[in-house]
Design a protein around this ligand. Sequence first.
Ligand code: NDP
Ligand code: 8X3
Length: 255
Amino acid sequence: MPDFSLPTVLITGATSGFGLATARKFADNGYPLILTGRRVERLTALADELAQLTPVFTYQLDVRDAEQLLRFMDAIPDEFKRIEVLVNNAGLALGASPADEADLNDWHTMIDTNVTGLVNVTHTLLPVLKAQPKASIINLASIASNWSYPGAHVYGASKAFVQQFSRNLRSDFAGTGVRVTSLEPGLSESEFSLVRFNGDQDKYNAIYEDSNPLQPEDIADIIFWIAEQPSHININSLEVMPTSQAWDNFKVVKG
Ligand code: NDP
Ligand code: 8X3
């Protein structure tokens, strides 16, 4: 008998990295899950894996596509509609070369995904979240929201948007049941860097070599902790790095 005694958690980008680990974390704790992403075969495999732990509804969703999002909302089975936690996780970086060498299409893809996609999902889910006695929106921003570094140009700017959007949502919903968090991780090992470097395994290895980076399970634990806070507590923002990382590697240009 499926157990819907706990509210539903909706995770975008559940097919790898943080989203996948977060799905496993909430499933381990019995939360019904709505899991989305573009790679449907991964969603199917994940649903099979988690089905013994909790009810799971998966849907192939590209967050950039507002019309697909509406079809998704219509497709959610009634028993999953008590959505109290939205993890706005889907996102990506493309490239790390200087701005003048960057591909404009990559810039548009990052803005479309990290900004427009996150806005699409949030706007669509807000009426559902507001209708619950308590709800949490946990947005994946980044240390790149707070700090500049070479090659971060549009990625960092898109994550600064996520951070400020989160703060402004907080202002709108202060005193209501809707909580909002900007979660700002640093160096974390996931497919993120394969995507960023277009599948280049050597660049991926170089990024993480000897750095003991954060793991997706670390971020999943933090997301779970944020969502589980008593309802009078709002974690506004949380920047987290591996201990091997700090703010002291900013580029010095002499000339
Ligand atoms: P991964 O590449 O492992 O996962 C990214 C997820 O986003 C995938 O599930 C992917 O699914 C999904 N995704 C990408 N584009 C879209 C889209 N258009 N529509 C729907 N889903 C999409 O990266 P991480 O888990 O590391 O990153 C997750 C989030 O955390 C991102 O927002 C990232 O910017 C942020 N972040 C990552 C850090 C890191 O160092 N790894 C540090 C700080 C923040 P699919 O391809 O199947 O659609
Ligand atoms: C990803 C972390 O340091 O590559 O958001 O910008 S970083």
